[in-house]
Design a protein around this ligand. Structure first.
Ligand code: NAD
Length: 501
């Protein structure tokens, strides 16, 4: 293994050179364009990529189409696909340090958290391998003596996989192995600012034996490459993770060719803190829930709803613990919160804080950019928030916690359900009835009870309402990448329709 990357050795690190993976070959863009990425924590150039344009996107889709219509991948036994997916998982683990370093340099997250993300992603490839052998249809032997009904699961075809910059490797691993397990082929486009680990995954796929054209990887702009992937008639399905605004526009555009869509979008997730909660656990989860990944999580607990009788003391405890969260260079061990990933996101976050203040909320802690090299924001707690304010309804996607209060369970549930999102929520109480009643009434795809931000390959993930369409993970994850085909078989002599008079 090479020497681990530290803040001191970063300047000696060679700039990563990434190309496009089309039909099993690494290539430059047809028009020779390139795209550069600087580390948001160090403001240093870390990668240069071939930047795909429309012609490259069309070539990648044609390669995926050919690999699906005529290639070996969809025709292989599930057991053989499973073997290759397991090999991918093994290679991810073998290369986990290099992958984690790239994730940290492009995204800005602490190295230990990037490593955990890569290891968790390898687990998803392993899990998908088990599903490759378990994908099956159904049969009906109950349709009368002359009829046998069989329901087949057919891979849907070519899938466009479009991912965001907050968990680049995890999110591609929530989609691609499951599409591959089902026998689909794919064109993958990571967010342009965090393309490195997806490009590195391309080499892993080739090394593991995924055939040429089965997975094609394009680095490029959403408005150019993404647009082709969303609209092209040879693409059968769109699997998208990103913002609700871009996701809605993509669904509308994909409708012209009636593609199947799977959408994982934004969230404004509440953690509901009842007076009888386990105090220390709830304080810790409130802090972890908002500062993990610098709050740049679709699942961030960006609102805490605190029961009035404890609101003052609980907010004070959260603010006190927030003061001790370690923000800084993600290559330094012990740092808990790294950089904001893009300049645009930094502006969005600061805009939300200013707007909350103008609306009458109180910025009780933080709220400003940390001066110096790189893009960092102070852990921020906004109190006195009411449900009508933008900070209570809109996704900030930064380390900014909004604190609201409630009187009783009915009001807590109403507040939890008061945004257009419905991705996740948490309930903190030591009373079983309180937890279950709230959990059953909250409209969200994941409800954590006395815990927060846990994830398992076995458990489906996705959102209600404007948080998305469909579910990833879980034992039905591969089914999402299939069409259902009914076979009706007649046994014995036909009873003629035409009867001669
Ligand atoms: P984004 O919507 O700006 O971009 C997501 C992807 O879409 C990128 O690859 C981008 O290049 C591409 N894209 C942009 N314009 C496009 C277009 N016109 N056509 C096709 N593709 C286009 O999102 P982001 O800023 O990268 O990520 C943050 C957002 O993602 C947040 O809203 C967050 O909540 C959401 N997210 C959701 C989940 C989830 O599972 N629900 C997980 C992670 C992130």
């Amino acid at each position: 293994m090479s020497t681990p990357l530290t803040a001191n050795t970063l300047t000696d690190r060679p700039v990563f050179q990434g190309k496009l993976l089309i039909d099993g070959q690494w290539s430059d863009a047809a028009d020779g364009s390139t795209l550069e990425r600087k580390s948001p924590a160090h403001d240093q150039l870390v990668a240069v990529y071939a930047q795909a344009g429309v012609a490259d996107a069309e070539r990648a889709i044609a390669a995926a189409r050919k690999a699906f219509d005529h290639g070996t991948w969809p025709r292989m036994k599930g057991a053989e696909r499973a073997r290759i997916l397991r090999r991918v998982a093994d290679l991810i683990l073998e290369r986990k340090h290099a992958l984690a370093e790239m994730e940290t340099l492009e995204n800005g997250k602490p190295l230990a958290q990037a490593l955990a993300e890569i290891e968790g992603s390898a687990d998803l490839w392993q899990y998908a391998a088990t599903l490759a052998r378990n994908l099956h249809g159904d049969s009906y032997n109950t349709l009368g003596e002359n009829t046998l009904g069989v329901v087949l699961r057919d891979p849907i075809g070519v899938v466009s996989v479009i991912t965001p910059w907050n968990f680049p490797f995890l999110i591609v691993s929530q989609k691609l192995p499951f599409a591959l397990a089902a026998g689909c082929t794919a064109v993958v486009k990571p967010a342009e600012v965090t393309s490195g680990t997806t490009v590195m995954l391309g080499q892993i796929l080739l090394d593991a034996g995924v055939p040429a054209g089965a997975v094609n990887i394009l680095v490029g702009r959403g408005s150019v490459v993404g647009d082709v992937m969303v609209t092209h008639p040879d693409v059968d399905m769109l699997s998208f993770t990103g913002s609700t605004a871009v996701g809605k526009a993509a669904v509308a555009k994909s409708a012209a060719t009636l593609k199947k869509v799977s959408m994982e979008l934004g969230g404004k997730n509440p953690q509901i803190i009842f007076a009888d909660c386990d105090w220390d656990a709830a304080v810790d989860a409130a802090v972890y829930g908002i500062y993990f990944n610098a709050g740049q999580c679709c699942n961030s607990g960006s609102r805490i709803l605190v029961q009035e009788s404890i609101a003052k003391d609980f907010s004070a405890a959260v603010i006190e613990r927030s003061r001790h969260v370690k923000v800084g260079d993600p290559l330094i061990s012990g740092v808990q919160v790294g950089a904001i990933t893009t300049e645009k996101q930094m502006e969005t976050i600061l805009h939300h804080v200013a707007a909350a203040q103008s609306a009458g909320a109180n910025v009780a802690l933080g709220g400003a950019r940390i001066q110096g090299r790189g893009m960092f924001i102070e852990p921020t707690v906004v109190t006195g928030v009411t449900s009508g304010m933008a900070i209570a309804r809109e996704e900030v996607f930064g380390p900014v916690l909004a604190v609201l209060t409630f009187k009783d369970l009915d009001e807590a549930v109403a507040l939890a359900n008061s945004t257009l999102y419905g991705l996740s929520a948490a309930v903190w109480s030591q009373d079983f009835s309180t937890c279950m009643t709230a959990a059953r009434r909250i409209k969200a795809g994941t409800i954590w009870v006395n815990t927060f931000l846990e994830g398992h390959a076995e458990l489906p993930f996705g959102g209600y309402r404007e948080s998305g369409i469909g579910r990833e993970l879980g034992r039905f994850a591969t089914e999402d990448y299939t069409e259902t085909k009914t076979l009706q078989m007649h046994l014995g002599a036909r009873t003629d329709w035409y009867v001669p008079r």
